[in-house]
Ligand binder design. Structure first.
Ligand SMILES: Cc1cc2nc3c(=O)[nH]c(=O)nc-3n(C[C@H](O)[C@H](O)[C@H](O)COP(=O)(O)OP(=O)(O)OC[C@H]3O[C@@H](n4cnc5c(N)ncnc54)[C@H](O)[C@@H]3O)c2cc1C
Length: 441
């Protein structure tokens, strides 16, 4: 079942030309196009299905600095401000609010990792509080349990995955940007080696700059252009339950289960990191580069099935530019949730928060997370094709940094001073022999 998602109306006919064409209408694509349009750049965004219908509406909604890898922390901090500013400047509602994130634990090793992160974060100007057992019990009183400790990060928050991407696309349209749903990009045209157009199913859009914000489809698209972008999609499952009478924490992490209040009062329930790995030819191709990542996460990864192959997003086949491509055959990647995980998640949530016994399961869904070998996205112009900017591989934590990433991509596309140092994200690092450590979270 698909998660709830607001719908927006868009134009069926893309323009003949634009300064920048953005491929993909997830949170990264819409924020990129929004920040371009704000600068007066003419921008066309093409989305093969519906705005926000893949990962960007399937996530928990957490917008966090807490426990971020050092490479992503500056972008996470900027993003929180940008989420707030976006609402004020556009009048559109993404559901963002700084509710603070609560982490509870009985595991000394976990608490010690959080405490080390708190010390590191202080040096970056981020305030987060370690909770002793009394404070943890107080903040987590809805659990009715004792806790050894926890963390509360007051400046973090959540946005509403059902609303956010459509709200940003609506703001983009108000600024004069053009948005086209059910319009897949099939490939790129080049002249003298640099981008000269984007070939879509509805015709060519002439442009000098194309941004690929294609989420789980990015690697196979890059392959058509001779670009090697290692990506693995990991299938995560999640469910939502109806509102309950007593208010529970807005955003609560425990190792067993995490709970997030959505804007409509429902709660989203999920097990952090738990996922199925569906083996595909693309997975086999890049597997050696993912060994360190899988070695680090093996406890929470389970073998998957054929859904990765059925999705078509990890095909190794070359496709024609004058005939329907896999992106037109599968407009929206809507994998089936893993039922044993859904049952276990629900059971653990009810044990953790007895109040949830009254709640009814309203939806269950899954999403393919697009992971890179080091868990950090690839953002930047691809040196072999000037004018082609890659922005994918957000590795399960790209929703919260959507505004900062979009701003950075707009900076790169226009040659403006980058909002954060782009060096940690450069896509070429995946062809280096060593690309750095695997992100902790
Ligand atoms: C269960 C789950 C929980 C998560 N929880 C969180 C969280 O709490 N916080 C957080 O920060 N992140 C979270 N994430 C990760 C987050 O959702 C993603 O990192 C983020 O949404 C990625 O955004 P995106 O725009 O790159 O990709 P997507 O949202 O997947 O968008 C890519 C879009 O590109 C389109 N597209 C692809 N190829 C083409 C083409 N050729 N032509 C036209 N369109 C194309 C697709 O249709 C799709 O709409 C979670 C993810 C999942 C699955």
């Amino acid at each position: 079942m698909s998660p709830p998602l607001h719908h927006i109306n868009t134009s069926p006919t893309p323009p003949a030309s634009a300064d920048v064409v953005v491929i993909g209408g997830g949170i990264i694509g819409v924020f990129t196009a929004y920040y371009l349009a704000k600068r007066g750049v003419s921008v066309a965004l093409v989305e093969k299905g519906r705005i926000g219908a893949e990962q960007s509406s399937r996530n928990w909604g957490w917008c966090r600095q807490q426990n971020r890898d050092a490479r992503e922390l500056p972008m996470a901090s900027k993003s929180l401000d940008l989420w707030e500013r976006f609402a004020a400047e556009s009048g559109e509602d993404t559901g963002f609010h700084r509710c603070g994130l609560l982490y509870l634990s009985n595991d000394e090793a976990e608490l010690s990792r959080w405490s080390s992160w708190r010390d590191f974060a202080k040096t970056a100007g981020v305030t987060t509080y370690m909770l002793n057992s009394r404070q943890a019990a107080q903040r987590g009183q809805a659990t009715g349990r004792a806790w050894k400790g926890g963390v509360f990060s007051p400046s973090d928050g959540t946005a509403d995955p059902a609303k956010a991407a459509p709200a940003v696309a609506a703001a983009l349209i108000k600024l004069g940007g053009s948005v086209h749903q059910n319009c897949a990009a099939r490939g790129i045209e080049t002249e003298g080696g640099r981008v000269s157009g984007v070939i879509t199913e509805a015709g060519v859009i002439k442009t000098k700059t194309a941004v690929l914000a294609g989420g789980a489809w990015a690697s196979s698209f890059c392959r058509q252009l001779g670009i090697r972008f290692p990506q693995a999609s990991i299938r995560q499952s999640i469910l939502s339950v109806s509102p309950v009478e007593h208010r529970l924490p807005d955003a609560l992490f425990t190792a067993g289960v995490s709970v997030t209040r959505r804007n409509d009062g429902r709660y989203a329930l999920a097990i952090s990191g738990r996922a199925r790995v569906d083996v595909t030819p693309q997975f086999m191709r890049f597997a050696p580069q993912f060994v360190p990542m899988f070695a680090k996460r093996w406890r929470s990864l389970l073998p998957g099935g054929l859904q990765g192959i059925r999705g078509g997003h990890e095909t190794l086949k070359r496709w024609r530019l004058d005939a329907p491509t896999p992106m037109e055959r599968v407009r929206i990647l809507d994998p089936k949730p893993d039922l044993p995980t859904i049952r276990q998640t629900h059971r653990r949530a009810v044990e953790l928060l007895p109040e949830l016994r009254e709640a009814r399961i309203t939806d269950a869904w899954a999403g393919f997370v697009d992971s890179t070998p080091d868990g950090v996205p690839g953002i930047g112009e691809v040196p072999s094709i000037p004018g082609f900017i890659l922005a994918a591989g957000f590795s399960g934590h790209g929703f919260g940094i959507g505004p900062g990433a979009g701003h950075l991509i707009a900076d790169l596309a226009t040659g403006a001073e980058p909002i954060v140092d782009p060096a940690p994200y450069r896509p070429e690092r995946f062809s280096d022999s060593a690309w750095g450590k695997v992100a902790d979270f």
